[in-house]
Design a protein around this ligand. Structure first.
Ligand code: CU
Length: 161
């Protein structure tokens, strides 16, 4: 007798949970999918690095902030944080960088371990980001941390092959 009542209740609660899961997934993908625009390129294969470019992060600037690469190149960016603050490097379109900076403003402590187009470097530390450039044109990078994004902007000129 008990089972007859419990089973339908269990099924309906699973259906409800599923509906919530779907809704949540949809909105998450929409507002925070930073690897959206394929024109910026894609995560590079560590075994096919063409060149290493060193960038120093200070409070609050990238040195250099103007970089030239060739279409198709896989660049290993070696980022050294010589500042006293934590910094990030995020590669993206101006729209993506802007949107991410806004999200960071709302959620300053947000961690993003699964996003291959960005890296966080603690003061005094060095890290690397490997990226392959796909299309000729301009790709931007920035530190999206609150208060940094205005000064910590850079340009990567991707030359046609
Ligand atoms: Cu910064």
């Amino acid at each position: 007798m008990k089972e007859i009542f419990i089973l339908p209740a269990l099924i309906s609660s699973l259906v409800v949970m599923n509906a919530f899961a779907d809704t949540d997934h949809g909105s998450h993908g929409h507002h925070h999918d930073s690897v959206a625009d394929p024109s910026i390129g894609s995560p590079g294969d560590p075994d096919s690095v063409s060149r290493t470019i060193e960038i120093t992060m200070v409070d609050n600037r990238f040195k250099p902030a103007d970089i030239t690469v060739k279409q198709g190149e896989t660049i290993k960016f070696v980022l050294k944080n010589s500042g006293k603050k934590k910094h990030e490097m995020m590669i993206g379109t101006p729209e993506e960088l802007d949107e991410h900076a806004k999200t960071m403003k709302k959620f300053p402590d947000m961690e993003h371990p699964n996003e291959p187009n960005m890296i966080t470097i603690q003061p005094g530390k060095t890290g690397q980001l490997i990226w392959q450039f796909a299309e000729a044109g301009t790709v931007n990078f920035a530190c999206p941390l609150p208060g940094h994004s205005k000064g910590m902007l850079g340009t990567i000129n991707v030359e046609a092959k």
